[in-house]
Design a protein around this ligand. Structure first.
Ligand SMILES: [Zn+2]
Length: 86
Protein backbone atom coordinates (compact mmCIF):
# COMPACT_ATOMS: atom_id res chain seq x y z
CA UNK A 1 0.00 0.00 0.00
CA UNK A 2 1.22 3.42 -0.91
CA UNK A 3 1.92 5.71 2.01
CA UNK A 4 0.10 8.95 1.56
CA UNK A 5 1.53 12.04 3.17
CA UNK A 6 -0.78 14.36 5.05
CA UNK A 7 -0.01 17.63 6.72
CA UNK A 8 0.63 16.76 10.36
CA UNK A 9 -1.25 19.87 11.42
CA UNK A 10 -4.34 20.17 9.23
CA UNK A 11 -4.71 16.85 7.31
CA UNK A 12 -4.18 18.44 3.91
CA UNK A 13 -2.84 15.77 1.50
CA UNK A 14 0.75 16.59 0.50
CA UNK A 15 0.31 15.35 -3.04
CA UNK A 16 2.79 17.68 -4.68
CA UNK A 17 5.75 19.80 -3.65
CA UNK A 18 3.66 22.88 -4.39
CA UNK A 19 1.52 22.39 -1.29
CA UNK A 20 4.36 21.40 1.02
CA UNK A 21 5.69 23.82 3.60
CA UNK A 22 9.29 24.97 3.51
CA UNK A 23 12.14 24.31 5.90
CA UNK A 24 14.59 26.99 7.01
CA UNK A 25 17.04 25.95 4.30
CA UNK A 26 14.36 26.20 1.61
CA UNK A 27 13.78 22.48 1.20
CA UNK A 28 10.25 21.09 1.21
CA UNK A 29 8.73 19.68 4.36
CA UNK A 30 7.27 16.20 4.17
CA UNK A 31 5.25 16.77 7.33
CA UNK A 32 3.45 20.09 6.95
CA UNK A 33 1.66 22.01 4.21
CA UNK A 34 2.43 25.52 3.01
CA UNK A 35 -0.56 26.91 4.91
CA UNK A 36 0.69 25.65 8.26
CA UNK A 37 4.45 25.77 7.93
CA UNK A 38 6.95 28.21 6.45
CA UNK A 39 10.73 28.64 6.83
CA UNK A 40 10.91 25.87 9.40
CA UNK A 41 8.22 27.19 11.75
CA UNK A 42 4.49 26.70 12.18
CA UNK A 43 2.59 29.76 11.02
CA UNK A 44 0.11 29.71 13.89
CA UNK A 45 1.98 28.19 16.81
CA UNK A 46 -0.69 29.23 19.31
CA UNK A 47 -3.58 27.62 17.50
CA UNK A 48 -5.50 25.04 19.47
CA UNK A 49 -6.94 21.78 18.23
CA UNK A 50 -10.46 23.22 18.59
CA UNK A 51 -9.60 26.18 16.41
CA UNK A 52 -8.08 23.91 13.79
CA UNK A 53 -11.24 21.77 13.77
CA UNK A 54 -13.35 24.85 13.11
CA UNK A 55 -11.13 26.02 10.28
CA UNK A 56 -11.09 22.63 8.60
CA UNK A 57 -14.83 22.20 8.95
CA UNK A 58 -15.48 25.63 7.44
CA UNK A 59 -12.97 25.17 4.63
CA UNK A 60 -14.14 21.70 3.64
CA UNK A 61 -17.80 22.68 3.72
CA UNK A 62 -16.96 25.66 1.53
CA UNK A 63 -15.41 23.25 -0.96
CA UNK A 64 -18.62 21.17 -0.83
CA UNK A 65 -16.79 18.07 0.26
CA UNK A 66 -18.97 15.16 1.42
CA UNK A 67 -19.67 15.03 5.13
CA UNK A 68 -17.98 11.68 5.61
CA UNK A 69 -14.76 13.12 4.22
CA UNK A 70 -15.02 16.10 6.56
CA UNK A 71 -15.60 13.78 9.50
CA UNK A 72 -12.70 11.59 8.45
CA UNK A 73 -10.35 14.56 8.52
CA UNK A 74 -11.68 15.73 11.86
CA UNK A 75 -11.23 12.27 13.32
CA UNK A 76 -7.70 12.14 11.98
CA UNK A 77 -6.70 15.46 13.54
CA UNK A 78 -5.96 14.30 17.12
CA UNK A 79 -3.69 11.55 15.79
CA UNK A 80 -1.47 13.96 13.88
CA UNK A 81 2.02 14.78 15.08
CA UNK A 82 1.17 18.34 15.97
CA UNK A 83 -1.78 17.47 18.23
CA UNK A 84 -0.95 14.01 19.55
CA UNK A 85 0.79 15.18 22.70
CA UNK A 86 -2.20 17.13 23.99
ZN1 LIG B 1 -1.40 22.08 7.07
Amino acid sequence: METKLFCQSCTMPLDSDAVKGTEKNGSKSSEYCMYCYENGVLKNPDMTLDQMEDIIKTQMQKMNLPENLVNMSLNMLPTLKRWKKI
